[in-house]
Design a protein around this ligand. Structure first.
Ligand SMILES: C[S@@+](CC[C@H](N)C(=O)[O-])C[C@H]1O[C@@H](n2cnc3c(N)ncnc32)[C@H](O)[C@@H]1O
Length: 352
């Protein structure tokens, strides 16, 4: 499986969307400059050949990757096969005589209900102790090395835990918990995915030309980009500044029209935006598709060549004709159901 240079890592994906988790993972690795190769996917687990440091960074950046591990082996989902495969592992590669280790086996999406997880964890732990001649210590609270087993319907994946998404951090930035509340704002998890899809890297100049109360800007800051927001409403821009100040985020906010942006040519590295829907947020009587088309035309000048824009638009307003195919190529599209009367269509463009 793959070359000997880059190990395989397994990623446990969120089950709340079919295509966004893998798309976001790929975009995050690209944004951070890691080369990778996608391997097989079993439900919500995907294998990727990538440097574990890249896996760590991508997991921490992500809205839709729950956790990641460096793969040691995979086998059919049968207790006898798992224990047989375990006998072949040389645990000295990861443990020494004083290492404190833990084992956690987890079901992905409630598979294999009949399996006794506690018993399997115990058996794996005993095998590791025996292989190390009893010189390692089990520590389930703060292990130095955490072995992870992921159970899917057909396969079992075993490896060393790398990182988990910090759910608590996301929840802290939810709209009702910010000092300035705006009903139009998108959930931090989707906002983070959109920033990742824009391939914004740390230190990059990130622009949201319809910034509202700053949901996307907050996520861009959290991954180390420098946030710039444009909104044509003074009051909302003031609220956006309050929200960013509250999270101690440096920010440049400009009250301007997204169809007339006062920036130098090629001065922006990445763009993600969620223009007004013409429901609660004001479109100032301009149809959303027309507004977005005019803004995309303006953005061709400010966005650096070969970089990305990610935008969201209600599905019923989306029409490929808003995209100038001479200036942009369409990289990917994802539809996200929000409620009965709103499905957001997320589109990623690459500046030619
Ligand atoms: C849907 S909200 C953005 C929500 C934001 N993404 C968030 O998560 O908080 C759209 C914003 O676009 C602003 N807007 C409307 N027309 C605009 C224009 N022509 N130029 C710039 N901003 C505009 C509105 O004032 C509104 O705050």
């Amino acid at each position: 499986m793959g070359s000997v240079h880059s190990p395989w890592c397994a990623f446990a994906l969120s089950g709340t969307h079919l295509t966004l988790p893998v798309a976001e993972l790929r975009a995050s690795l690209e944004a951070e400059g890691y080369s990778y190769e996608l391997g097989e996917q079993q439900g919500r687990v995907i294998l990727v050949e990538v440097d574990p440091q890249g896996a760590l960074i991508a997991t921490r950046r992500s809205g839709f990757v729950n956790y990641s591990m460096q793969l040691i082996f995979e086998c059919p989902m049968k207790k006898s096969e798992i224990l047989r495969a375990m006998n072949k592992v040389d645990f000295h590669l990861w443990l020494n005589n004083s290492t404190r280790f833990g084992v956690r086996v987890t079901r992905i999406h409630r598979e294999q209900k009949q399996l006794d997880i506690e018993e399997l964890q115990g058996k794996i732990g005993s095998k590791i102790c025996r292989a190390m001649k009893g010189k390692v210590r089990v520590d389930l609270e703060v292990p130095e090395v955490l072995f992870l087993g992921l159970i899917t319907t057909a396969r079992f994946y075993f490896g060393i835990f790398i990182a988990a998404r910090n759910r608590r951090e996301f929840n802290k930035r939810r709209s009702p918990l910010r000092p300035f509340f705006n009903p139009d704002t998108i959930h931090p998890k989707i906002a983070r995915a959109m920033v990742n899809l824009s391939r914004s890297g740390s230190g990059d100049m990130f622009l949201d030309p319809f910034c509202g109360s700053g949901g996307l800007l907050l996520e861009a800051t959290s991954i180390g980009s420098f946030p710039i927001g444009i909104d044509n409403d003074h009051r909302i821009l003031w609220g956006c500044r309050r929200n960013l100040d509250y999270f101690e985020t440096p920010f440049s906010g400009i009250c301007a029209d997204a169809r007339n942006i006062p920036f130098r040519s090629q001065s922006i590295d990445a763009i993600a935006t969620d223009p007004p829907y013409g429901r609660s947020s004001s479109t100032r009587k301009s149809d959303i598709a027309t507004l977005l088309k005019a803004s995309l035309t303006e953005l061709t000048d400010v966005l650096t060549t070969s970089r990305y824009i990610c935008f969201a638009i209600p599905l019923e307003h989306y029409n490929e004709s808003i995209i100038d195919s001479k200036e942009y190529s369409i990289v990917e599209e994802h539809s996200v159901y929000v409620h009965r009367s709103l499905t957001r269509h997320i589109v990623v463009l690459k500046r030619k």
